[in-house]
Design a protein around this ligand. Structure first.
Ligand code: GN1
Ligand code: MG
Length: 369
């Protein structure tokens, strides 16, 4: 029998007894619930998650990374940063036995965070203001971690943004075709083949030391930004599962992928794909304003390249999962991963066509200082 999330919630150090648990939607990886607790008439909420063991087999390393990152952020605030312990800071709630997770009878591993109240998050970007705010929030996050050595964090998912290896995995899945879907993905495989030259454009300079290895968020999409429900300011970034050594370019690429189009990642009609240059301009301005102090010239020269590479990589990953029988990303319908791959490919086409305009916007943002 599946463990009852309310019983699991009781094993954590909440303020007050858990009284209510509701599924919390969103995310392709873990399952999440909102837990409400009450003590002396005061209600507090928490986010309870059951970790996905397939994606994160080493939950101890995953939790250690998150603890190090949160500790570093709490102990290194600069003027203007939100004080630690404030509403803006994500924090873990320990289990009653002091551990960072609780394990259920089936071996499932659970963790709990404080729930940040009065915020909104979105799957797609609505306005240029949101794109600017989100770009600035991820840049601040990268900047605050610039003082933590990448060697302090483990690679919880090895080669996470190693695009050439992601491409090799796709080739392998297409060749083995374990669930007989390759025939339905011929066009997409052909499109990916045409863009193969993108695969090495970030990885090669990283391997050669031209690009520095830093700590990156590694899942820098719009859905992972919390906005203040009243002011609309981005107050923090969440989903720290993939924070590990990487490149800020991987994050900027994910931002371009998720914040230059108003369409959902799994939109079925990819012919309608969009790339809104006003959204891109706002994103680039917000990001560069906060990141210019630490980015090298080799990094700023590749910002829009990163958008193409990561959008390509995400198409490759969705298509690999489609061909493998939907074993990685949670899906609600059989062709969802194929739709996701198609929408990424459609966006990639638009990014290729509007490369020059976007590069000019980056240059203008850098010049503005
Ligand atoms: C996954 O955790 P979630 O759903 O935000 C994935 C990201 C992808 C993203 C695509 C650990 O993120 O890499 O970019 O889906 N996370 C992992 O939306 O694979
Ligand atoms: Mg994630």
């Amino acid at each position: 029998m599946a463990p009852d999330p309310l019983h699991i919630a009781e094993r954590f150090q909440t303020e007050g007894e858990p009284t209510d648990v509701q599924p919390h939607p969103g995310g392709h990886i873990h399952e999440s619930w909102r837990v409400a607790c009450r003590q002396h008439g005061v209600r507090r909420r928490y986010l309870l998650q059951r970790l996905n063991p397939y994606v994160f087999p080493d939950s101890a390393a995953l939790m250690r990374n998150i603890e190090r990152v949160l500790d570093h952020i709490a102990s290194s605030s600069a003027p203007g940063d939100p004080p630690s312990g404030s509403r803006e800071a994500l924090s873990l709630v320990a289990a009653r036995d002091g551990a960072s997770t609780a394990t259920d009878a089936t071996g499932g591993v659970w963790r709990m965070f404080n729930f940040i109240e009065s915020t909104r998050s979105c799957e797609t970007v609505a306005t240029a203001h949101d794109a600017r705010e989100a770009g600035a929030a991820f840049a601040r996050f990268q900047r605050r971690l610039a003082g933590l050595s990448p060697s302090q964090l483990s690679f919880t998912i090895p080669d996470f943004h190693h695009t050439p290896k992601r491409l090799a995995a796709l080739h392998d899945a297409a060749k083995k075709d374990p669930v007989g879907r390759a025939a339905h993905a011929r066009d997409e495989l052909a499109q990916i083949a045409r863009h193969e030259a993108l695969a090495g454009l970030i990885q090669q300079p990283l391997d050669a030391g031209v690009l520095p290895l830093r700590i990156a968020h590694n899942d820098a999409k719009i859905a992972n930004v919390l906005f203040d429900a009243d002011s609309g300011e981005a107050i923090c970034v969440v989903d720290l599962d993939t924070v590990m050594p990487g490149s800020p370019l991987h994050d900027f690429g994910d931002m371009m992928r998720s914040m230059t189009s108003r369409r959902r990642e799994d939109e079925t009609d990819s012919a309608e794909a969009q790339l809104d240059l006003a959204l891109f301009e706002a994103l680039a301005e917000g990001y560069i304003r906060e990141a210019r102090g630490f980015l090298t010239a080799a990094e700023t020269a590749r910002l829009t390249t990163a958008g193409r590479v990561i959008t390509f990589e995400q198409a490759v990953r969705f298509l690999t999962d489609y061909l493998s029988g939907d074993v990685y990303y949670r899906t609600q319908r059989p062709a969802q991963n194929l739709d996701r791959a198609r929408s990424q490919l459609a966006l990639l086409d638009l990014m290729m066509r509007q490369q020059r305009e976007m590069d000019a916007m980056i240059d203008a943002s850098l010049r503005r200082g």
